[in-house]
Design a protein around this ligand. Structure first.
Ligand SMILES: [Fe+2]
Ligand SMILES: [Fe+2]
Length: 460
């Protein structure tokens, strides 16, 4: 195999891009030059007076691929900077550069996150061509399946659990695990006692004070008056965002139960106690938006028309699938996937970004005080939900470190779903989005939140 980063490797990569049908298809709209910058610059590049690689990419074609020099720093449309180890990983094994940016392993020195996130498949296809021997495809096909991972960790599944787990093979050959309601050997409260220092119990204490608010008691009079003065476009945007929040809150209310049942079956009483308040809060969020839509926004007939195809992939399919899978498979991998989908992406990336943008947009204009009051309480509730998720995912990763790669892979895919939804929201509007909502702000805030979370989990 040709040694990476040598002149003959560059030649092979160039040829591979030019002959890749996958790249031609995915990159048909790409029209930017890219500098892949190394920091620090490794010896193999210093020998060629290079600081990385320069690619001139135009509509599925590569016009030029060569060592990059200082002068390219002034002209390249996009500059991405990473260490030699990270470029080696991406160029040898392929991958999703946007996810590397999220993990702060690639720095976006120049270029827009919006452009890169819309061209995400093109970037992955480009990197796949770098492995002229097809290593990327081999690496992907060699990746362990969920059932392999389950097998690898099943010996530890039941450790620390007070309930017995039973594993079986169903007619499709897929592993299933279920926790049978068997007789118990004792109780936590009459034994060691509740762990009041634990994260879930600390969060439960907060829920009992900060989580007490009543949607029905929020004064909506000013909101009703102001609503009448909005333009048709402004009302449309408020209906649009609210229709997404309403269904999102209903979805997380409907879908949490399998996770509560899973921790209960494992005898994790502190986690179950906290999750009772979590579910109650989601129910209240659902009630709040339903009430606000009826009382202020007039309940138009066609609210579901605001749920585009990308929104439907996550909220109509992936979220219920990931959570309801726990009824028949409550393995650690299935729990990680459920929490990654529900907490990290739906709550932690999309809802948090959406609520922040919604709140700021209204506060800057001193609009809809009742809606802002509700969102203030709701954001406070959501911050506890995320804190629980970090505890929950952190615990699972500490117990099953072999699943770290699996979680990262799932998060990478889900992050793509989330950014697709952001683009879908803005694609309905031209350059002028009512209330000055800004796509770049949305994506940057979502990225920042996501980066914080994966850093706290020790990923990346
Ligand atoms: Fe919520
Ligand atoms: Fe939540």
């Amino acid at each position: 195999m040709t040694e990476l980063f040598t002149p003959s490797w560059i030649e092979q990569w160039f040829h591979s891009i030019q002959t890749s049908d996958a790249y031609k298809k995915e990159a048909k709209d790409w029209n930017q030059s890219v500098l892949l910058k190394f920091h620090p610059v490794p010896t193999i590049l210093l020998q060629h007076n290079a600081l990385g690689f320069f690619l001139d990419l135009r509509y599925g074609e590569c016009h030029e691929l060569r060592y990059a020099t200082e002068s390219d720093l002034d002209t390249a449309d996009i500059i991405l900077e990473a260490s030699e180890a990270d470029w080696r990983q991406l160029l040898e094994h392929g991958g999703d550069p946007l996810f590397f940016i999220m993990k702060k392993r690639i720095r976006l020195i120049r270029g827009g996150l919006v452009y890169l996130s819309t061209q995400r498949k093109a970037a992955s296809a480009l990197l796949a061509t770098a492995t002229v021997s097809g290593t990327a495809d081999e690496a992907r096909s060699a990746a362990p399946s969920l059932s392999d991972l389950w097998s690898a960790v099943k010996s530890t599944v039941a450790s620390g659990s007070s309930a017995n787990s039973t594993a079986s093979q169903n007619s499709n050959g897929a592993r299933t695990v279920s926790h049978q309601p068997e007789s118990r050997t004792g109780f936590v409260t009459t034994g060691r006692g509740l762990d009041r220092q634990s994260v879930p119990m600390a969060l439960f204490q907060k829920s009992k004070t900060l989580g007490i608010w009543n949607p029905a008691e929020i004064d909506l009079k000013k909101d009703r008056d102001q609503w009448e003065d909005f333009s048709k476009e402004e009302k449309g945007l408020l209906h649009h965002l609210s229709a997404m929040f309403m269904a999102g809150e209903e979805a997380v209310t409907l879908d949490l139960l399998p996770l509560i049942r899973t921790v209960a079956a494992e005898g994790r009483i502190e986690e179950e106690i906290y999750l009772t308040s979590f579910l109650w809060e989601e129910a209240k969020h659902t009630e709040f938006f339903d009430l606000y839509m009826k009382e202020v926004m007039g309940s138009p007939q066609n609210l579901e028309s605001y749920h585009g195809p990308m929104y439907r992939i996550l909220f109509y399919e992936k979220l219920p699938n990931a959570l309801n899978a726990l009824w028949t498979d409550s393995s650690p991998a299935a729990q990680l996937k459920a929490s990654a989908t529900y907490n990290m992406i739906v709550e932690g990336t999309l809802a948090e970004t959406g609520y922040e943008a919604y709140f700021n947009m209204l506060e800057e204009r001193n609009l809809l005080p009742g809606l802002r009051e509700g969102i203030t309480y709701l954001k406070r509730d959501e911050s506890r939900h995320i804190a629980f998720a970090l505890h929950f995912l952190g615990r699972l990763l500490a117990e099953h470190p072999s699943l770290t790669g699996y979680l990262e892979e799932e998060l990478g895919i889900l992050l793509g779903d989330a950014t697709n939804i952001v683009h879908e929201i803005f694609d309905r509007y031209g350059d002028e989005v009512p209330f000055g909502l800004d796509r770049e702000w949305f994506l940057n805030y979502a990225v920042k939140q996501f980066q914080n979370r994966i850093q706290k989990l020790g990923l990346g």
